[in-house]
Design a protein around this ligand. Structure first.
Ligand code: SIN
Length: 332
């Protein structure tokens, strides 16, 4: 397998039919990993690249893995369909993108539920988190590993200090009912848009603001077209690395086990780096002239009070047992 970086959607699409033949040796199974974020300076982007390197080295002659970052192959709303058709074997969308398949996974999007990466780790490694890996089994989608990003922050074209500052604004959101309801609670308007469209939408005023992690805000340069970023730390962006049952079934047992063990090894390694990557991105935004606004305890509490009413709306759909397990994970 020859490693090659591909950039630019048009170039990739033009090359697509030839990818497997050009990249992989005879007899190697192709593993295409499609995702939407930057390849560098990003927990998911770096994890995906490292996984490809590890798979191609350890499983040379058996598997041939290629990563397509930056939505160059599919947006997250198309990738699951592509996976079912066998065009993509791996993806790691944020859990919001699984809304149509599993409401229980939306536990990660409940605002102010998880206080830290450590709490998310306790939850994902516990029984409830492990059960959720299989939440979409009936649809033929298998969760292989959680991939952590970090806590989301709000930004807008005007300063956001009190939640009332968000009233009447339009915020880009990912496709999650929980997140849409959370924005409604602020008296603001949610607008679901693909990740690749956010910069342009902020720049042209299609939306006034957005909410995302430091690594996404920095690598997508959202700070360039926003007044500032308010450190609300309101929601933990978690990805679920998924494959199809069909792909797993098509591998012989030895190949499957070796592949799954590399997935575990590399995702653990990069999950341990997620905090550091986000802290570096936060600093890089400041260094690049972006404005970061910290909240005092009373201001932050006002955001908590404004958005947590959505918990009640989704308790039945997510499951109170799942929410309780997540809350317990905060306690260590
Ligand atoms: C991602 O980090 O994969 C995208 C998140 C988003 O759509 O907000």
């Amino acid at each position: 397998m020859t490693t090659r970086m591909l950039t630019g959607g048009a170039a990739v699409l033009a090359l697509m039919p030839a990818i497997a033949a050009a990249q992989c040796d005879d007899g190697e199974r192709v593993v295409n990993f499609s995702h939407v974020t930057a390849a560098n300076g990003h927990p998911k982007g770096e994890m995906a690249a490292a996984l490809a390197e590890r798979v191609n080295e350890a499983m040379d002659g058996t598997l041939c893995m290629e990563v397509f970052p930056n939505s160059t192959l599919f947006d997250d709303d198309k990738v699951l369909e592509a996976m079912m058709l066998g065009d993509v074997q791996l993806a790691a969308p944020d859990v919001g993108k699984f809304d149509a398949y599993s409401q229980a996974l939306q536990v990660f999007n409940l605002p102010f539920l998880f206080a830290s990466t450590e709490a998310v780790q306790r939850f994902t490694e516990g029984e409830a988190g492990q059960d959720l890996l299989m939440a979409m089994e009936d649809s033929g989608i298998i969760g292989l590993a959680y991939v952590y990003n970090g806590l989301r922050q709000f930004s807008a074209g005007q300063p956001l200090i009190e939640p009332t500052d968000a009233e009447g604004l339009k915020f880009r959101v990912t496709t999650s009912d929980v997140t849409e309801a959370m924005i409604d609670e602020l008296g603001a308007q949610p607008q679901a848009l693909a990740f690749s469209e956010v910069y342009g939408a902020l720049q042209t005023g299609v939306v006034d603001g957005q909410e995302n992690t430091w690594s996404n805000i920095y690598t997508q340069k959202f700070y360039e077209v926003q007044d500032g970023i308010t450190e609300t730390n309101h929601q933990f962006l978690t990805y679920l690395m998924v494959t199809s049952q069909d792909f797993l079934d098509s591998l012989d047992e030895g190949t499957r086990e070796e592949f799954l063990s590399l997935v575990d090894e590399v995702s653990d390694e990069y999950n341990a780096r997620a905090n550091e990557i986000n802290a570096e991105a936060r600093q890089a935004i400041i260094d690049a002239g972006g404005t970061v606004r910290e909240l005092d305890d009373a201001q932050r509490q006002a955001w908590v009070d404004a958005m947590t009413p959505v918990w009640d709306q989704f308790e039945e759909a997510i499951g109170s047992d799942v929410i309780e397990a997540a809350q317990a994970a905060n306690e260590g």
